[in-house]
Design a protein around this ligand. Structure first.
Ligand code: URA
Length: 419
């Protein structure tokens, strides 16, 4: 007789590790609907309180990954390396990094998602470009990988369907912060993309899931161990999230900032972070020529616009109009109201602090991410000096009400001191 769901919940409640077979039974019942919401809630709470060891976490990840479609790209002559970010404010890294890594000889099967919580997802940012499609068939992804070295596609419902039900239940049962389930949720989806190695950008700080370095290292270590345990070597890097990354927050604005970076410009914090991640990807993909040289190769690919050329051609392959790709400022949605928030309190001031959560909430007040044109440009970041009358923010919205709400929030988001 098969062991009942109740018995397995009891095992976990008592703090015992669940075997691979037990996890398989549970996930089968989650996917076919024979496990009730009540049972799932109890199981998740037991996991939240008792945790899971490495072996069990590997089992959850493997079985959840195998609950749906898995992509396999044979016959490519380049190493397949993907990247995942745990999500931050103004995080447009993937838009730059995929074509950059591709220009350096890697193949990047960029399976990516919508926003979670206060962070906009890469898909939201990409879809700001009119005509662009992210619902690619396997053949279309393969063509992108062959021609440009990357393809952007959405992690649709056919990938890791077990995670859909589990994630929704975690959200309703106060069990989102369960580390083994965070790891299984992220990796079960990410390990379907066909990648042979994975670089993880673990965000840490006030604007991230993980608020302290300790928590972020714990997550990073667990992600690397589990991914490696499933045959996909991984590495993580912490990405600071005590202020927004770059200056733009909101889909169209972030798209333009990513383009600026691909043209050799853009904000320095974004450029530095992208170059480090590209060097990590080269290393994991076996194409490293030494850290210093890898950084220089990545910087050159940005400055010489090699990655930009691939980005443009990849966008056109995925349905964007060539004129739109050439003139994105004209093509991307623009907000009807654009207004600045000025420095008025001091003659001159040093920016001491910029709260990323408040900026994210202001972008949300303005309609982001549903409205791709909406968002905030942070025109003054910590460490910069601004004079009286100079702008601290540029707000993009569609109603006066939205602008007023975001203005109020942003005036409290920034701390400026007299120099
Ligand atoms: N991202 C996911 O996909 N799942 C989590 O649980 C957390 C972040």
């Amino acid at each position: 007789m098969q062991v009942s769901t109740r018995q397995l919940i009891e095992e976990k409640r008592e703090g015992r590790s669940l075997s691979g077979e037990a996890v398989q039974l549970l996930v089968d019942r989650i996917v076919d609907g024979t496990m009730t919401d009540l049972e799932l809630g109890a199981l998740l709470m037991a996991l939240q309180i008792r945790g899971a060891d490495l072996e069990e976490t590997v089992a959850w990840t493997r079985v959840m990954r195998d609950s749906g479609r898995i992509l396999v790209f044979d016959g490519l002559d380049r190493p397949l390396v993907d990247k995942h970010s745990t999500g931050g404010v103004g995080d447009k890294v993937t838009l730059v990094l995929a074509p950059l890594a591709a220009s350096l000889g890697l193949a990047v099967p960029t399976m990516t998602g919508r926003g979670l919580g206060h962070t906009g997802g890469t898909i939201d940012k990409l879809l700001a470009m009119p005509g662009l499609r992210v619902d690619l068939s396997e053949a279309e992804i393969l063509k992108g990988l062959r021609h440009e070295g990357f393809a952007f596609f959405e992690a649709g419902p056919e990938f890791a369907p077990a995670d859909r039900r589990i994630y929704a239940a975690r959200d309703r049962t106060a069990t989102v912060p369960c580390l083994p389930m965070i790891v299984a949720s992220i990796l079960s989806k990410k390990l379907c993309s066909g990648a042979q190695a994975l670089v993880l950008d673990v965000k840490v700080g006030r604007g991230a899931f993980m608020q302290s370095k300790e928590e972020a290292h714990e997550l990073g270590d667990a992600l690397v161990e589990v991914s490696s345990g499933l045959g996909c070597p991984a590495r993580y890097r912490l990405g600071g999230m005590d202020e927004p990354l770059g200056r733009a927050v909101g889909s169209s604005l972030e798209f333009l900032e990513a383009l600026a970076c691909l043209q050799g410009g853009g904000p320095q914090d974004l450029r530095r972070h992208v170059i480090e991640l590209a060097a990590d990807m080269l290393d994991l993909g076996g194409l490293s020529e030494g850290r210093k040289k890898d950084r220089a190769r990545a910087a050159l690919a940005l400055d010489k616009k090699e990655a930009l050329a691939l980005f443009r051609s990849g966008l056109i392959r995925q349905g964007a109009r060539p004129e739109a790709v050439q003139e994105p400022i004209e093509a991307l949605p623009r907000a009807p109201i654009v207004q600045k928030l000025l420095l008025e309190d001091h003659d001159q001031g040093l920016v001491l602090d910029l709260d990323p959560m408040a900026v994210a909430m202001a972008a949300h007040d303005l309609g982001s991410p549903d409205d791709p044109a909406a968002g905030v440009e942070c025109l003054a970041k910590p460490g910069e000096v601004r004079k009286k009358g100079e702008a601290l923010f540029r707000l993009h919205g569609s109603t006066r009400r939205q602008i007023a709400a975001a203005m109020q929030r942003l005036s409290r988001a920034i701390q400026v001191d007299i120099v």
